[in-house]
Design a protein around this ligand. Sequence first.
Ligand SMILES: [Zn+2]
Ligand SMILES: [Zn+2]
Length: 543
Amino acid sequence: MSKTIVTAALPYSYSIPHLGNFVGSVLPADVYFKYLKMGGEDAIFICGSDQHGTPTEIKAMERKQRPEDFANEMHDKTKSAFDKFDCSFTYYGKTNSEQNRETVYKIFQALHKNGYIGETQSLQPYCNFDKRFLVDRFIEGTCPHCKSDKARGDQCDNCGRLLDPKDIINPRCKICGKSDISFLKVKHLAIRLDLLQGKIEKFIETNSKNNWPKAAKNKSLSYIKEGLKPRDITRRMDWGFKVPLEGFTDSVLYVWFEAVIGYIGITSEWDKKKSDEYWLAKETKLIQFMGKDNIEFHTLMWPGILLGSNLGYVLPTTIKSAEYLTSNAEKFSKSRGIGLDLEKAVEILPSDYWRFTLMYLYPETSDSEFTLEILKEVINNILNDKIGNFSQRVIKFSIAHQDLIGKIELHGEYKEKVEAIKDSYSKYFNNMQLREALHSVVELATLGNTILSERRPWEMAKDPKVDKKELSEMLESLLAMVYYVDVLLYPFTPNASRKSLLQFSIKKDPSFEDLKKKISIDMGTIPQPMFSKIGEEELAKFE
Ligand SMILES: [Zn+2]
Ligand SMILES: [Zn+2]
């Protein structure tokens, strides 16, 4: 069986991720990973804290902590928040680990040996007020392309272009806010993406056939068309991995360079031997989840590093980039009230409610709108009414009419319909259409609800003219459908799914094999409702 590595873009170590970050990478990666495990795949799920970089250093400075201590503290908090959201990482590690350092150095040396590291002289911004060099993202000003005045030195969030701080119009220092900035000549090392361009282009042309979103492919190819340039991989600062090359030891490797390599480093932190087994096996599939602002790092720079070092590590098979979840057309992360961090979010609503709603709205192919009204509608009308109530009604009725229940299984046309929905669920997952996969579970519950409202079994049970066999088969099919819904919901709402499956004597995480097994149900107790509605009280907590 071929192996699969699922990764989610590494969260920065200076704040707890908010719901917008979560739906962009870790949540869909977790949903997909749980799906793979249900099918018995040999897969691992790797993620971790991106600990280096200036924002972490500055925050630590403000809090009078060592960057390392601050980053580790944030790492623990972030990990605990992800645990509350039931994320099944195989390993959630750190970029500031010895294993990552070792991996980064090995790859750096190979790139150097193969002639893909060049020296550049670049002008690095220096704040005369703070008396320190500034990394690109600590320069702010006007974007030369779209003229947004919120561009950062490394990238413009408005148009998504990567930038050079020199090109920023009216640059300001992010630390002190002043414009007293000089550009001093500094010797840097750069990865020669210009020399790797042909290889990177071939990689994109070939691998984008594996269900990449159109945006990821087109955006990457448009950069190739413009021509790739050498890109700096060193910076004059202290917090990070020292450059392992004479003449450059007063610099560190730039955070993006060692953060992408962190996928391998973190796997080694988990288990060095297994890391090699996964990363060095030619047939391993590498499925990478990220927000759309992270595409280039994964389609140009990261494959450039892998191709240039030529150490046999697998290249990304599928790039799964998400668009933005927006609120009143503002990017989720910036909107007030709902730009909640995970810790706060889970204090307001159970994690399953968030997981379900975020995936129901997952901005898979275009930006998707999130408001409190939509949240309420999805939880009350879909999660509670369509799914939770269906399951509750069927089980309650079955308990009251146990004499009608024989072997719980799908009969006749119910079987056909349910299996067709189950097939499209798998097809959607295999095509990386995660939101559609969830919508097909809702379709299954809707089918069940339609049977209940059209056939009205409570009336049939009282009617002496009704063929009891027909009623039995219908009830047995409905119970089997409840069971199917519980199993198929597992990647999305793992807690509720596990709890409901206890009723069917499934005590471990469900698998697709379970769908083939004989179903039995505990008729002794009426189950608690799976979900409940939210009202004004919950919504008020957002204020
Ligand atoms: Zn711009
Ligand atoms: Zn300054």
